[in-house]
Design a protein. Structure first.
Length: 208
């Protein structure tokens, strides 16, 4: 019975979220990958980025990593409804198995990852996205978004939920790393790059 209630909550939540995202108007700067790749973005900005890929990714299958928590159950349902293949796990639980699956999927899919999830620290890059891209020998893309919405200040990531009919601006760029790049330096470079993209998109938004 408990599992059934959890499933029903996830199904209802997924339907409501998908209805909300259909009202958003997307503005995209940069090109979404059309072949296997890893895409990294911060946890608080994940919902619009998942949504725009579900709309515009083309023919390459989509995959995503979600945690094994109750919130992860809802996200897994949502992403499944959008057509994503789901990997369950995190750096704190099921991490090794999840990473192995991520590497396999990244070679054939567009794999979307929040590298500061599921518990933070906020906007701090963990190694999974870089490792998956390097070992699968696929490019790594970095993505940010901005929109008018409600910011959940008490959550660890200060999650941003755009308002209905909000204009969502997204920037995506390719990270400058190779299969031979050292993990530590690649992580630092990607973290700096992601935060720099955030400054750029805020400037663009306030200038329009």
């Amino acid at each position: 019975m408990k599992k059934l209630k959890t499933t029903m909550k996830a199904v209802i939540a997924s339907a409501l979220i998908r209805a909300l995202t259909r009202t958003w108007r997307f503005s995209l700067r940069g090109d979404l990958p059309s072949s296997p790749a890893v895409v990294a973005f911060w946890h608080d900005e994940m919902l619009p980025i998942w949504a725009v890929f579900a709309r515009k990714h083309g023919n390459t299958p989509l995959s995503a990593l979600t945690s094994l928590s109750k919130d992860g159950d809802i996200l897994a349902q949502l992403l499944s409804d959008w057509g994503y293949r789901i990997v369950r796990g995190s750096s704190s639980k099921g991490g090794k198995e999840a990473l192995e699956q991520m590497i396999i999927l990244a070679a054939q899919n567009i794999l979307l990852i929040t590298p500061d999830g599921p518990r933070g620290p906020r906007h701090t890059m963990k190694a999974g996205a870089v490792i998956a891209a390097q070992r699968a020998n696929v490019p790594l893309y970095l993505c940010r978004m901005t929109a008018l919405g409600h910011r959940f200040e008490r959550s660890w990531d200060k999650f941003l939920l755009p308002y209905p009919f909000a204009r969502v601006r997204i920037i995506i760029t390719k990270a400058d790393i190779s299969s031979s790049s050292e993990i530590s330096s690649a992580l630092q470079d990607c973290e700096i790059h992601l935060n720099a993209i955030g400054e750029t998109i805020l400037h663009v938004s306030t200038s329009i």
